[in-house]
Design a protein around this ligand. Structure first.
Ligand code: DI6
Ligand code: FE
Length: 406
């Protein structure tokens, strides 16, 4: 078989669904990956490989190859900083108090509205470059700091343009229902009208977003308001996801499941009825330990119940200026293990196969299997567990995007 490039002498963690329970990572010791047309032609043991006629062969000297990592929940595009609010919180103010006093998301909205597309792009690229250095090849990016049609569209266009600036796949999410903007504070339902009647149709028509998200919370939107957003999204042909049960239990995850959401994210305060509904709907649980850590939340998501119901778990950075100013997906895995007691395989599958599912991209990325995009991370580690264990290292040897060294 003719292929363009082969990586040989590698150890693979394919992340393909386990054929045996004692091999959750799909490990291949004597592995090769063959690429044609940017896709994986073969990934598996050298001994079992078909005859491959390669244009170029790259020796990996026993290094580990995983699928390129996927950060499936970020607010990467924004302007400004919230370091002063961090200091207020250290002095005793709560995240919700700061938000209700007009700070929080609203302060980033002010900074983001004032920023040009160029300024937003350059601030975002600095964060994106740090993510890529951790082996990320796909990143989800939400809007939600503009909260007018014009500024939300600007955020989404900047997010899309990251694909031209760097070798990365970007999945965009419209988060117009992130916060009620100051000009609508006295009439939140009218702002929801704006999101539903004006913004979502344009976002869909201009293909600015791949999905629609909302913040279902006392300081965000009620389930009834979120439902209106979901209805409009589905009508426009967009899939949905939800920030659910982060600070309190409003039964957002149940609502998400009812709309067959790709994911329900955070879930610290989720109850078992919600988990059953998510399992039934195939909605992925996206865990965001960076936000849990940074807000010094004490209620952990019900991990054992999530496991027991068989819900797929993903892990992401939630990179945002208010509750998770974090760009390292490797650190997010470490936190998911340390703070939430995820196992090492759960963390690794959570940033690859299950993260792909959370974006609806499971047919394209997330595992080393024939037909998937040849997005690889090649690591200088003795075992993939080190990717979860170590804090602040630089284990990435090379990042391959669509078959090319990036
Ligand atoms: N939940 C979060 O943790 C972020 N957004 C959301 O809906 C916080 C965003 C911010 O504080 O800027
Ligand atoms: Fe978030």
């Amino acid at each position: 078989m003719r292929c363009e490039r082969i990586w040989r002498d590698a150890r693979l963690a394919t992340m393909a669904p386990a054929s045996t329970p004692d091999d959750p990572l799909g490990i291949v010791e004597d592995g090769i990956v063959a690429m044609a047309d940017g896709r994986i032609l073969y990934a598996g043991s050298a001994a079992d490989a078909p005859r491959l006629d390669a244009g170029e062969t790259i020796p990996c000297h026993g290094r580990w190859i995983t699928p390129g990592l996927i950060d499936c929940h970020t607010h990467l595009v924004y302007a400004g900083s919230r370091a002063s609010e961090f200091e207020q919180r250290l002095a005793g103010a709560s995240y919700e108090e700061i938000a209700r006093a007009g700070g929080g998301i609203a302060s980033t909205v002010t900074a983001t509205r004032a920023a040009s597309a160029e300024a937003l792009l350059s601030a975002s690229l600095a964060r994106l470059d740090a993510m890529l250095a951790d082996g990320v090849t796909t990143v989800e990016v939400k809007s939600g700091y503009g909260l007018t049609l014009e500024t939300e569209a600007r955020m989404l266009r900047v997010a899309r343009s990251l694909e031209q600036e760097r070798a990365v796949r970007v999945s965009t999410t419209f988060l117009g229902a992130h916060a009620v903007p100051p000009e609508w504070r006295d009439d939140p339902d009218r702002y929801v009208d704006e999101v539903v009647e004006r913004m979502i149709p344009v976002v869909a028509e201009e293909r600015l977003a791949d999905a629609v998200d909302a913040f279902c919370e006392g300081i965000g939107f009620s389930p009834a308001q979120v439902e209106r957003v979901f209805k409009a999204a589905r009508q426009a042909g967009l899939s949905v996801k939800l920030h659910a049960e982060q600070l309190s239990n409003l039964q957002g995850a149940q609502l998400a499941a009812r709309y067959r959401a790709l994911s329900a994210d955070h879930l610290e305060h989720a109850d078992t009825a919600s988990l059953d509904a998510m399992a039934e709907a195939g909605t992925v649980a996206v865990l965001l330990p960076g936000a849990f850590y940074f807000t010094r939340e004490t209620k952990r998501p019900p991990i054992q119940a999530i496991r027991d119901t068989g819900i797929a778990m993903a892990v992401a950075t939630d990179c945002n200026p208010g509750t998770s100013p974090m760009v390292s997906l490797l650190l997010a895995m470490n936190m998911a293990a340390t703070l939430f007691q995820l196992t090492v395989p759960e963390c690794l599958i959570g940033v690859t196969r299950n993260a792909a599912r959370a974006l609806g991209l499971q047919d394209q990325i997330g595992t080393l299997e024939p037909g998937k995009a040849c997005d690889l991370a090649i690591w200088d580690v003795e075992h993939p567990a080190e990717l979860v264990y170590a804090i602040g290292g630089r284990p990435l040897h090379a990042r391959i995007f669509g078959g090319f060294h990036a």
